[in-house]
Design a protein around this ligand. Structure first.
Ligand SMILES: *Cc1c(COP(=O)(O)O)cnc(C)c1O
Length: 641
């Protein structure tokens, strides 16, 4: 294994917190306690109970659930909704804003029933509503609404069934808004509302020219596929006037993208939208609601910058800047302040779930020791490498790096042309690795690491194999290079000694985590602890509640993980309130259209033939069939005996 880089220093839990940045990205929900465990504080870091995640992980296993497990801490949903509403209320009060704030949760960000149920329960007292972008989401939303004052925003393309459902919800007293995304929708809405004799509340989704930076910048701007352009807006307004339905137009909506890292873009979007709002009032629409969409970002890397995995603003600044921008535009023309709506999905749910997994194995970077004596060789490659190894010092570090890279490629050439044997090449590579480790070691202790050398620390790491599938559980890490915080959930009183990257158990070379949060830079490896022979080593990937859960795929047929939810009480006790067993092997095979029964029949036939051919005995056949059947029932991930 790579050498003990921190062993000389004294190590404390403060060092661990700093190394993994947990106090930067933890948002007051996650920290390290004195015994070296990661703890969750669902009611905030300064009050309320602290629960050790390591303890929870072990209790989950005692109950017979295998890792990996998606752990949800339901209270955090409540805390985030409360925080959003209270922060907006404060900004409204401080800015003497005359309207109120109403949030909605966009179902697409996490459609799981228990999530929507929990959000509408926690949000009931705040009038927190839901946003639906499709028929199934609308159906889910209607069945979950618990407060008639809360809004139900209907985005997306709407067919007759969708519109009828929404209108029926209106007739039952719900505040449903049909947001017109394409001009063609208007006629259908008018027709259905006449037919059912239910008057709709309408909204317009506009295209802003404001474009946010970040990974989702294409959602906004002139080229966005969603929303109405200028001439469409005019057409829709005229159409409504014709039908005597302009009084139905009450809401203006825009969405410039998710995870907006820069507050400047949020401000610019609000200011631009207010101009449209103002014009629609001048056109004679009553309005009253301004829906600013999603975009409130999560500081995944804890850097508090405009990096795409972060945000350069706090929740207070977000709320204050929105309120202030709206006031600044509308007060000029004495336009009454609208009710503000935001559709924060990511920031509402990201914190409340985390992925727990165990490490199965480690592949060490450290090569076998250098032999006492170099074997006889026909050329001086090995001698040169050995000389380089002995020469390493902070002063000569750059020269040594140049040399080792040169000899490394020389070894490749010599082998290709038959001038060294496989044993000589192996020894050369062994020496190269020793040299790189030594260079890395020396450079880590230097105050100023020379440019060109900064990369070597990236080359020296162990591979820790984690019992999870990146494609199933963390699709954004793979697909869009999202950085998610990851760290061990215990042993944090000990110094971690191994620079590492984390590989999953799919046999795909993309199935790895090799970017880690860092306040200054992306870190390409993470320090982890030495595996102990008789103790499991658990890691957590945090802030995975938004978008990850239903986007995941069945790469290599790894299925859904086990899901456990806990609810923490004020006295520090907690209950396991829901558990959903992950997919079995038979489940995932059925997803890709295998018929388990006929598979088993085919295997029986093959086994029977093998008996006839004298390859196995009847008893062997029994064992084979049993093992096959047990395999079908099993979890798709690595199970301990
Ligand atoms: C995806 C989406 C959201 C959610 O955005 P977040 O950044 O997750 O808050 C809100 N509104 C619309 C229309 C969306 O498409």
């Amino acid at each position: 294994m790579v050498r003990n880089l921190y062993s000389k220093q004294k190590w404390s839990i403060e060092d661990a917190s700093e190394l993994y940045g947990i106090n930067n990205w933890g948002a007051g929900y996650f920290s390290v306690d004195e015994s070296g465990d990661v703890v969750v504080t669902p009611f905030g870091s300064d009050h309320g109970p602290r629960i050790s995640l390591y303890k929870v992980a072990r209790e989950i296993e005692e109950r017979g659930f295998s890792m990996p497990v998606l752990l949800r801490i339901e209270n955090i949903l409540g805390s985030q909704i409360k925080l959003l509403h209270e922060t907006f209320r404060k900004a409204i009060k401080e800015n003497n804003y005359q309207g109120e704030y109403k949030g909605v949760f966009p179902i697409k960000v996490n459609q799981q029933e228990q999530v929507i149920e929990a959000i509408s329960q926690f949000g009931k007292d705040y009038g927190h509503g839901l946003e639906a972008g499709s028929k199934p989401e609308l159906i889910a939303a209607i069945s979950m609404m618990k407060n008639r004052d809360a809004c139900l925003i209907c985005n997306g393309y709407k067919d007759e069934e969708f519109i009828d459902l929404g209108l029926y919800a209106v007739s039952m007293g719900f505040k449903v808004f049909f947001v017109i995304e394409v001009p063609g929708e208007v006629d259908l809405i008018i027709e259905r509302s006449k037919h059912l004799n239910i008057r709709p509340h309408l909204g317009l989704r506009i295209k802003l020219s404001t474009q946010a930076e970040g990974l989702w910048s294409h959602s906004g701007g002139d080229a966005s596929v969603f929303g109405l352009g200028m001439s469409h807006i005019v057409t829709v307004v005229d159409r409504l006037k014709e039908e005597n339905m302009l009084d139905c137009l009450q809401l203006l909506h825009y969405h410039i993208g998710s995870q907006i890292p820069n507050i400047r873009d949020i401000r610019a979007g609000a200011i631009e939208a207010c101009r449209f709002y103002e014009e629609l009032i001048k056109e004679g629409a009553p309005m009253g609601y301004l829906d600013l969409g999603g975009g409130l970002a999560v500081d995944y890397d804890g850097s508090h910058t405009d990096h795409h995995s972060s945000r350069n603003y706090t929740m207070e600044e977000y709320c204050t800047d929105i309120v202030d921008s709206v006031v600044s535009v509308l007060d000029k023309n004495n336009i009454p302040h609208p009710t503000l709506i935001t559709e924060s999905g990511r920031a509402t749910v990201a914190y409340y779930s985390l992925l727990l997994f165990n490490i199965l194995d480690v592949s060490s970077f450290l090569p076998p020791p250098i032999p006492e004596k170099m074997p006889e060789s026909t050329n001086d490659l090995l001698e040169n490498l050995l000389a380089t190894y002995k020469m390493i010092s902070p002063k000569d570090i750059q020269e040594c790096l140049n040399d080792v890279l040169f000899y490394k490629s020389q070894a490749r050439q010599l082998f290709k042309h038959g001038q060294i044997t496989i044993r000589e090449r192996a020894l050369a590579e062994n020496l190269v690795q020793h040299i790189l480790i030594e260079l890395s070691e020396v450079s880590r202790h230097m105050k100023q690491i020379p440019r060109g050398l900064q990369n070597i620390n990236r080359m020296v790491y162990d591979i820790y194999y984690g019992n999870f599938s990146l494609f199933q559980s963390l699709p954004d890490v793979w697909a869009i290079d999202q950085i998610m915080p990851v760290m061990p959930i215990h042993r944090l009183k000990e110094a971690p000694t191994h620079p590492a990257i984390i590989s999953d158990i799919t046999c795909d070379c993309d199935g790895k985590i090799d970017k880690f949060p860092d306040p200054y830079n992306e870190k390409r490896n993470i320090m982890l602890h030495e595996l102990l022979p008789d103790e499991d080593y658990y890691l957590g990937v945090f802030l995975v509640g938004a978008y990850q859960e239903t986007l995941g795929d069945l790469h290599n047929l790894f299925g859904d993980t086990n899901v456990i939810s806990i609810n923490v009480n004020q006295d520090g006790s907690y209950q396991f309130i829901r558990e959903v067993e992950g997919d079995s092997v038979a489940d995932v095979l059925a997803f890709v259209e295998y018929d388990v029964r006929s598979m088993k029949n085919r295997l029986k036939k093959i086994a029977e033939e093998s008996i006839q051919l004298g390859l196995i005995t009847a008893k062997d056949r029994k064992a084979i069939i049993e093992s096959f059947t047990a395999g079908l029932r099993g979890y798709t991930y690595f199970e301990k005996d």
